[in-house]
Design a protein around this ligand. Structure first.
Ligand code: FAD
Length: 494
């Protein structure tokens, strides 16, 4: 294993951390690195979530890495295939040899005199604290707590005698065959679980307080299927990737500029797949505009087909109380349930929960401003990966990795050692994440902010970010380059 000082420490061996390591290997092969992973497996999200039907809700031509073609014919892929893809990539680029499993990073201290981070990781298996140093800290720890998903207050739940499960910790022994299931929630997880469980269950009810936009999309990509006969995977991949990027960007822009029109189109598309006379407005027409929250995908219309067949139903109501045998609703209706799944969401967590200190002063994340959506004002030599909210996560993760490699090469070329983002000149601050979903709103106060204009502003626009991150200037008014020795005092100035 590598020594206890490396050029770069990557935190997290999920999709982003493994991708970051591959980019380093490809673009900065002389840099030494270690990857610290809290769990004992590669894959992050795609290893943790094991609920029935777990799958991507964006296409794998954009959720896959820019440098490794997705060759599976399914464009909307199951969790196992995504985990295998990440593992295979780690093996191909020799990343697995650099991973230290069961190392949960708890703190990182920056010292300007030596231009180094001292990173402390807790080993849950041996209860030891391990210390490593690095010149650059690259956090790919995802965006939510791994130990506990979000469960809202559930009145009377103690009375309930059936099985209560959260999708984040799916019990391996749960057999729902022939059971009556209620899935509480209306997000991507509920929309995935309902048709998947309906295949074996006696009946599945999706119980939602309010509806979400659900769009049926083919699980295979017709352009990829057509081109596969003529083009090798390496040539086909960027073509389909860009087609999907442009379609998704156009869809998002249209939703923002003409929300009324997009609402109508989504309603019409849902209605066409539901039984005649179905109350589409009540169950599938949200009050918010499209893309105020992420749009949910139903591959090949599976959710609608489950409702159409009677194997599943949607109920829009609030819980009055759990009873011994199910749930009583505010309307008085009773939903009998042998199994209740709380698909009620995640608890957001920034930077994997680690504490950052810069020259001894603790960084208050809420007072920092993100620079290009990937570095923090006043915090030297640190980058983080937070993916897009309106497009595939990996599109942004790849761009962040490209930018980090450019920065590292720039530091070497210019004889500098430190890059410190500066806060924006004016006081304009806006939330970092522009979704109105409950899980985002619950945590916004604790997260870094963004500025009102570039380079502190995220536009959630991949083509624009390609220009900025791959080809844009590294030296702008948002960053200061320096050498070891001068204490960094701006961490809390933001
Ligand atoms: C069920 C589900 C489905 C999703 N589907 C999509 C989708 O279709 N499209 C899309 O774009 N996005 C999707 N997302 C978002 C998804 O999380 C990202 O696509 C992507 O997997 C994130 O990868 P990551 O490596 O950044 O984070 P993660 O997958 O969360 O991996 C982070 C890794 O860091 C480790 N870690 C965390 N904290 C520490 C610490 N302090 N020390 C050491 N290690 C640490 C974790 O153990 C984990 O292995 C989905 C999310 C969920 C929960």
């Amino acid at each position: 294993m590598a020594s206890d000082h490396v050029d770069v420490i990557i935190v997290g061996a999920g999709l982003s951390g493994v991708g970051a390591a591959c980019h380093l290997r490809r673009s900065c092969p002389d840099k030494t690195y270690a990857l610290l992973e809290a769990r004992d497996a590669i894959g992050g999200t795609w290893d943790l979530f094991r609920y029935p039907g777990v799958r991507s809700d964006s296409d794998m031509f954009t959720l896959g890495y820019v440098f490794k073609p997705w060759t599976n014919p399914k464009a909307i892929a199951d969790g196992d295939s995504i985990r295998d893809y990440v593992r295979e990539t780690a093996r191909e680029y020799d990343v697995d040899r650099h991973i230290r499993f069961r190392h949960r990073v708890v703190s990182a201290d920056w010292d300007s005199a030596t231009a180094r981070w001292t990173v402390r990781a807790h080993r849950d298996d041996t209860a030891e604290t391990v210390e490593l140093t690095c010149g650059f800290l690259y956090v790919c720890a995802g965006y939510y707590r791994y130990d506990a998903g979000y469960i809202p207050p559930l009145p009377g739940v103690d009375r309930y005698a059936g099985r209560l499960v959260h999708p984040q910790h799916w019990p391996a022994d749960l057999d729902h065959t022939g059971k009556r299931v209620v899935v509480i929630g209306s997000g991507a997880t509920a929309v995935t679980l309902v048709p998947a469980m309906a295949e074996q269950a006696a009946h599945v009810t999706m119980l939602q307080r309010s509806p979400t936009y659900v769009l049926a999309l083919p699980s295979r990509d017709s352009l990829a299927d057509a081109l596969r006969r003529w083009l090798p995977a390496k040539a086909l991949y960027p073509v389909v990737r860009w087609k999907n990027v442009l379609l998704a960007t156009a869809n998002f822009q249209l939703s923002r500029r003409a929300p009324g029109l997009v609402k109508k189109l989504l309603r019409r598309a849902a209605s066409a797949r539901l039984p005649a006379g179905y109350d589409v407005d009540r169950h599938f027409s949200p009050r918010y505009d499209p893309w105020d929250q992420r749009l949910c995908i139903a591959p090949d219309g599976d959710l609608f087909a489950a409702v159409q067949s009677g194997r599943a139903s949607v109920v829009t109501d609030t819980i009055d109380t759990f009873t011994a045998h199910g749930i009583r609703l505010a309307s008085g209706e009773e939903l009998p349930a042998d199994v209740v799944v709380t698909a009620t969401g995640l608890n957001l967590l920034a930077l994997g929960g680690m504490t950052l200190r810069v020259d001894g002063a603790e960084v208050d994340l809420a007072r920092t401003v993100a620079y290009k959506g990937m570095m923090l004002s006043g915090v030297p030599n640190l980058a983080m990966t937070i993916g897009y909210t309106n497009a595939s996560w990996t599109l942004k993760a790849d761009l962040v990795a490209t930018y980090v490699c450019r920065l590292l090469r720039h530091l070497d070329r210019t004889g500098q050692q430190i890059v410190t983002p500066q806060p924006p000149p004016d006081d304009g601050r806006v939330p970092l994440i522009d979704l109105r979903s409950g899980y985002v709103l619950r945590s916004l106060d604790a997260l870094p902010k963004q500025g009102r204009s570039a380079p502190w502003r995220l536009y959630q626009n991949y083509p624009r970010d390609v220009l900025l991150m791959r080809h844009g200037r590294l030296t702008d008014e948002g960053v200061r380059f320096s050498r070891a020795g001068s204490p960094e005092r701006s961490a809390q100035r933001a």
